[in-house]
Design a protein around this ligand. Structure first.
Ligand code: VG1
Ligand code: CO
Length: 543
């Protein structure tokens, strides 16, 4: 067994985006592509000799190969121990949980999350720091810098141990500890929620459908919902992780989880429905005949948080990404706690959580989570809802409508334009930015612009500044139009247009969101010239 220094070529474009490096599998298959990036991780994170790392992924195509390479490279860099999920599997929230529980130095997550998998699909890799959360920008930028000139990586030629059996083996001087991917996570969930009450709910005949979308949440949902909580077998559908997610987009939204939506809107709908994404950090909550927007879900969880044992002491604060609706802000105000607005991406919540300034965080992109770990957490959100349903005795749709009646409804929708010509998308953003100075005070189709800017975030903890995080046009009535470009796509550019309109009047809470937001969509189309600039006359996906 020898450690080799292998000459490698730097690859352009290894800059981590919103959540790690995501590329087509074909790019990752280039010689030294993965190795070069992993070398950059080891060179950037500080001295991890003798330390413990956590490693696992969402099981997509190339996951197993990458786990082997990373183990051999970790051994070559003197890592003391790697905790690796059985079969190379660990959901993103489970990685975060395991890092924290075992006080590991950090961890590597292999996932392209909601992006499609398989040989023609995407792969991804991300480094998480010792708090269990995604590495902050200063690390990811240093890492990127390193990849640009790196011409060498170090790797052991020792055989990769059996990853399918729980137990400890060795590569060089490094312990490889294959762990059950579910148990630490399940234990944490049981400490936060009233499992006895949820169990009683299921025992009483409550029905649920959980769509794991052939992704990594399957084993977790089977073990927790059907195992620990006694939900009947068949509650979890598409629960076996597949390397290509069965050819589907593992993105839990009403468009991609069409099967679940059809069932929840049908005559024989179960009481409650939910879905999760490729790496199990996203969730969609579906009531009978009503898909709950992620922004509303965050607000409803916040308003009822004290019903869950882990949150009985109340919330320190809430944080939401800038494009997420302001529904949570209204709850924070009524609770007398602060609400922070951060750029898109979970990494921006880390400092606020570490400093104890917030308890709950959420993103409009089906991401919800709390201080229990440092990633968003799909099944956690589902368990939170189950806890609320058990404690309140009310159907999910009633909880939503009552919430709107109390706080008003924030109509919300996101329009995505995928695989747009990158230059045209950049030019559209530049065109929007060019108008920002003249928009305040202008009347636009019945709205008056109160504020127009390109969102800049100053982290209140370390005072780091992140700019150009999305063009936002805020109206005097609180309605908002937000434009930004995705940082997770792998083909051209994806334009995201976020629309929000507040409605206080309960008599007007049952309007079709697209209708309620039509006026704002027209303003957005006119200001951006999206159609003429990109040649697109309708979004690829509306959620
Ligand atoms: C998207 C979402 C963002 C989320 C990120 C990672 O980023 O908008 O809210 O944090 O995906 O989610 P972007 O840059 O494409 O808009 V996951 O579940 O793919 O790790
Ligand atoms: Co995800």
């Amino acid at each position: 067994m020898t450690i080799h220094s292998v000459a490698s070529t730097p690859y352009a474009g290894q800059r981590p985006g919103t959540s790690g490096l995501r590329k087509k599998v074909s790019e990752f298959l280039q010689p030294g592509y993965l190795e070069n990036f992993v070398e950059a991780i080891f060179q950037t994170i500080g001295d991890c000799r003798g330390q413990t790392l956590v490693l696992g992924g969402d099981g997509r195509y190339f996951n197993r190969t990458a786990v082997g390479v990373i183990l051999q490279m970790a051994a070559a860099h003197g890592v003391g121990r790697v905790l690796v999920g059985q079969g190379g599997i660990l959901s993103t929230p489970a990685v975060s949980c395991v890092i924290r529980k075992h006080a590991a130095f950090g961890g590597i997550v292999l996932s392209a999350s909601h992006n499609p998998g398989g040989p023609e699909g995407d792969f991804g890799i991300k480094y998480n720091i010792g708090n269990g959360g995604p590495a902050p920008e200063k690390i990811t930028e240093a890492l990127y810098l390193y990849t640009q000139t790196n011409a060498l990586y170090r790797i052991s030629d020792a055989a990769v141990p059996d990853l399918d059996t729980v137990g400890v083996s060795r590569i060089e001087q490094m312990d490889v500890e294959v762990i059950d991917p579910v148990s630490d996570y399940a234990e944490l969930m049981a400490s936060l929620f009233d499992f006895a009450a949820i169990k009683a709910l299921f025992a009483g005949g409550f029905t649920m459908r959980f769509d794991a979308m052939h992704a990594v949440c399957g084993p977790y949902a089977h073990a927790i919902l059907e195992g620990m909580l006694g939900a009947p077998a068949g509650t979890v559908i598409n629960g076996t992780p597949l390397e290509d997610f069965g050819g589907h987009h593992p993105d839990p939204n009403p468009v991609n989880a069409a099967e679940l939506i059809a069932e929840m809107f049908g005559a024989a709908a179960p009481d409650f429905g939910a879905a999760s994404d490729g790496d199990a950090d996203r969730n969609m909550i579906v009531a009978r005949g009503l898909a709950v927007t992620p922004s509303d879900s965050l607000a409803i969880i916040a308003a009822n948080a004290k019903l869950a044992p882990g949150y009985r002491a109340g919330l320190a604060g809430i944080a939401r990404s800038m494009p997420t609706s302001t529904a949570a802000d209204r709850v924070a105000k009524s609770l007398g706690i602060p609400c922070y607005e951060t750029p898109t991406g979970w990494k921006y919540f880390g400092n606020l959580l570490d400093a104890g300034m917030v308890t709950l965080c959420g993103e409009e992109s089906y991401g919800t989570g709390s201080s229990h770990i440092r990633e968003k957490d799909g099944l956690w959100a589902v368990l939170f809802w189950l806890n609320l349903l058990a404690a309140s005795g009310k159907p999910a749709a009633t909880l939503v409508r009552e919430h709107w009646a109390t706080f008003g409804r924030n109509y919300y929708s996101r329009h995505d334009y995928e695989a747009v010509d990158a230059q045209a998308a950049e030019a559209m953003m530049a065109h929007l930015r060019g108008q920002l100075g003249q928009l305040a005070g202008r009347q636009l189709d019945g709205f008056t612009v109160a504020l127009a800017d390109d969102f800049v975030y100053t982290d209140p903890v370390d005072l780091s500044v992140t700019s150009k995080q999305g063009v936002r046009i805020v109206m005097t009535d609180g309605s908002r139009i937000v434009f930004r470009l995705s940082g997770t796509g792998t083909e051209g550019a994806t334009i995201r247009l976020y629309l929000e309109k507040y409605e206080a009047d309960q008599a007007r809470h049952a309007i079709d969101p697209q209708q309620a937001l039509a006026g704002l969509a027209t303003i957005a189309a006119n200001l951006s010239q999206l159609k003429t600039r990109t040649g697109r006359d309708h979004p690829t996906i509306v959620t």
